[in-house]
Design a protein around this ligand. Structure first.
Ligand SMILES: C[S@@+](CC[C@H](N)C(=O)[O-])C[C@H]1O[C@@H](n2cnc3c(N)ncnc32)[C@H](O)[C@@H]1O
Length: 211
């Protein structure tokens, strides 16, 4: 692959170079590293569900930072590019499909649900934020079925006006809700992450219609 890039914006930055050096397929790993460093999303011995996992940097980070008894269940529409591991259980498919949900439920309940899932973008900020909202709201609703009491949820959202509604959903389900835009997010990106800490399981879990 040529190292020559057509524009300065697409030149590999510090995080891209570091990811390559450390064997991660994507620079997004440093977003999870910062989030986990700040909020202790999972511990050495955790069962983790990674939604929107491809190419696999977050799953690989979890594998590298948990012990031999941990389990990482991962799902994505696309294939992972990381090496297989006995602790990794991967489904290629749609998170909202019932058969996939059932297989993931069998591996749970989870100490942590982490989602870097992103919809196909159009470049239209309103449309993209709307799609991201639907995806995030569906994942938050279903995390109630997936998490252990006391578990944590980390989820990517696009800033577009509806993030208050999403943080409101987390407030109902978790003892604490945090919001953080990790340093590794590109400056032009309008993504941010919300974190629900200590799942109380007290709210009514809404049924997702998959939209
Ligand atoms: C930014 S990438 C994730 C990067 C990943 N965290 C990593 O570090 O390698 C977002 C992913 O979300 C996936 N995705 C979006 N909607 C999904 C869905 N309904 N079910 C499963 N995966 C989904 C996309 O296929 C895409 O690979």
């Amino acid at each position: 692959m040529s190292r020559q890039r057509s524009s300065k914006r697409s030149e590999p930055d510090h995080y891209t170079l570091r990811a390559k050096k450390e064997g991660y397929p994507a620079r997004s790993v440093y977003k999870l590293e910062e989030l986990n460093g700040k909020f202790h999303i999972f511990s050495r011995n955790s069962r983790i569900l990674d939604i929107g996992a491809a190419p696999g940097s977050w799953s690989l980070y979890c594998l590298r930072n948990t012990g031999p008894d941990s389990i990482i269940a991962a799902i994505d529409l696309k294939e992972l590019t990381i090496k297989n591991d006995p602790r990794l259980f991967f489904i290629q498919g749609d998170f909202f499909e019932e058969s996939n949900l059932n297989r993931l439920l069998e591996k749970g309940p989870y100490d942590a649900v982490i989602s870097d899932a992103a919809p196909a973008t159009t470049g239209n900020r309103t449309v993209d934020a709307g799609r991201s909202f639907s995806l995030a709201a569906g994942i938050i609703s279903l995390s109630g079925k997936m998490l252990k009491a006391g578990g944590n949820l980390t989820i990517k959202i696009f800033q577009g006006g509806d993030e208050k509604e999403l943080t409101g959903m987390l407030n109902e389900l978790f003892e604490k809700t945090k919001i953080l835009k990790p340093k590794a997010c590109r400056s032009e990106s309008f993504e941010t992450y919300i974190v629900g800490l200590n799942f109380t399981g007290s709210a009514n879990v809404r049924k997702s219609d998959g939209n």
